[in-house]
Design a protein around this ligand. Structure first.
Ligand code: AMP
Ligand code: GLY
Length: 454
């Protein structure tokens, strides 16, 4: 007798019951916004999802272009109208936003008004990163642990405050400054000069017209990144970035010179403290403020010697380069998680990571984070491509005359898995040494804090 079901219907039905699929639409098209190492790592992970047929990355980079299912789209991250037109035309099922700029400009509000699913905070919730003054006031209002601070728009009261404080002191431009708007002044003279130039707009332009001056925190830094769906929280694996340009945390602040996961400084006890004292109160209070938070929430923390976490900053997105090691460890389906988060279902979500550690080392252009040359060929990538448990995530690269060449300050991030941070470190350094690029440099101590503990 004919049951009315073909073999293929039966297959489809069984397939849809698969725990990863759970009734989701198949053959999805995903849009990833951004062109750095973070977005390359996201594309690499999204490509592994059985839900996904096609991935658009805008603008992406030559490394991203080599991932399965990926097409690059030549649209800038702040071209909100262009990105919206693309998403509507292509019938994008889910957009994942890499950098903060489109979020702070309101891409989530725009996409949602047009009926599109997008994982990232609204314009008002993105202020947690977009304005240091907003986030510091938020932390203070709700007694979430952070360094003591004052905010200034005028020079005289700022100078008076500096005179009354002990050094070192931390001076931050209020607006977005690509991770570089933070100066740790060791003398009052340096503090006064920094504030003077920021408020005058000679450094960091409009971003520095208001400054936050805060106490210097001692301890060890860690990156704590979670997914939030408005009310529920799903913590990702912990990690540690290395913000200064040179070994032993010397030199200027950069976007990040390397990262590893997990961050050994975050013991289970400290993890609980972070969730109870920082993450849950933040998510709850964002609802109270009328700006519920949906997206990746990144708390940059200082873990004091006594094991107390204090918030250094919030970011409204995933970290770069933290994404690179974390995505190599993530076992769960990133697309499924983002869809669950968009639907407010993170309480039902589960996340698993490989027990191995992962460590990424950034290769940077000579001179970065200051001026640097571009269009320098990157040689040796083919040798690294063959290495087990290693992945090269591209950032500031471009394809020129048949070769991969440099196009930015952070060129790429060589990321390896290992049974310990030490093993991941050994493998990442072995591989990055196969790459040559005139004038480029990398730190040789990424992960040392963890390996010393191991
Ligand atoms: P931010 O952009 O606020 O994350 O600051 C960049 C970097 O400056 C941080 O990753 C820290 O290394 C350092 N930093 C910022 N604020 C403080 C602070 N209050 N005490 C010590 N270091 C800080
Ligand atoms: N790695 C630091 C950041 O993404 O802000």
């Amino acid at each position: 007798m004919n049951s009315g079901l073909s073999r293929y219907d039966t297959f489809d039905r069984l397939y849809m019951q698969h725990p990863l699929i759970r009734g989701r639409k198949l053959n999805m098209k995903i849009l990833i916004i951004g062109g750095g190492g973070r977005e390359h790592a996201m594309a690499y992970k999204v490509a592994q999802s059985p839900l996904v047929d096609k991935i658009f990355v805008a603008p992406g980079n030559p490394g991203t272009a080599e991932e399965k299912k990926v097409s690059l789209i030549d649209l800038a991250v702040d071209d909100l109208d262009g990105l919206l037109a693309l998403a509507l035309q292509e019938g994008i099922s889910l957009t994942i936003v890499g950098p903060e700029i489109p979020l702070v400009l309101g891409i989530t509000d725009l996409f949602e008004q047009n009926g599109l699913k997008i994982f990232g905070p609204s314009k008002s919730a993105s202020q947690l990163e977009g304005s240091k003054a907003f986030s510091k006031d938020f932390l203070a209002k709700y007694q979430i642990p952070t360094a003591r601070y004052r905010t200034f728009d005028e020079i005289d009261p700022a100078m008076e405050y500096i005179n009354s404080k002990r050094m070192p002191i931390v001076i931050k431009a209020d607006g977005l400054a690509a991770g570089k708007g933070v100066i740790i002044a060791t003398s009052k003279k340096e503090a006064r000069e920094t504030v003077f130039h920021m408020l005058r707009g000679t450094t960091f332009g409009g971003a520095g017209r208001r400054v936050v001056i805060e106490d210097f925190l001692k301890g060890e830094e860690a990156s704590f990144i979670v997914m939030v769906d408005g009310k529920n929280v799903l913590p990702f694996a912990t990690s540690q970035d290395h913000k200064r340009a040179f070994n032993n945390d010397e030199g200027p602040n950069t976007g990040g010179m390397g990262a590893y996961s997990p961050a050994t400084v975050i013991t289970p006890e400290i993890h609980k403290k972070i969730m109870d004292k920082v993450i849950y109160p933040t998510v709850k209070r964002m609802i109270a403020e009328g700006t519920p938070y949906k997206g990746f929430l990144y708390a940059g923390l200082m873990i004091t010697d006594k094991g107390h976490p204090k918030v250094i900053e919030f970011n409204c997105r995933f970290g770069d380069p933290e994404t690179q090691p974390i995505m190599m460890r993530l076992e769960s389906d990133l697309v499924e998680l983002c869809l669950q988060a968009c639907d407010g279902d993170l309480d039902k979500a589960q996340i698993t990571f490989k027990p191995q550690a992962a460590l990424g080392v950034v290769l940077a252009s000579g001179g970065y984070p200051g001026e640097y040359q571009k269009a320098i060929p990157v040689i040796g990538l083919d040798y690294v491509a063959k290495a087990a448990d290693t992945k090269v995530f591209h950032a500031g690269t471009t394809f020129m005359r048949g070769t991969i060449s440099t196009n930015g300050g952070r060129i790429l991030c060589v990321t390896s898995l290992g049974d310990s941070v030490k093993e991941a470190q050994t493998q990442a350094y072995k591989q990055i040494r196969k790459i040559s690029c005139k004038g480029a440099f990398f730190r040789t101590d990424i992960g040392n804090r963890a390996t010393e503990k191991e």
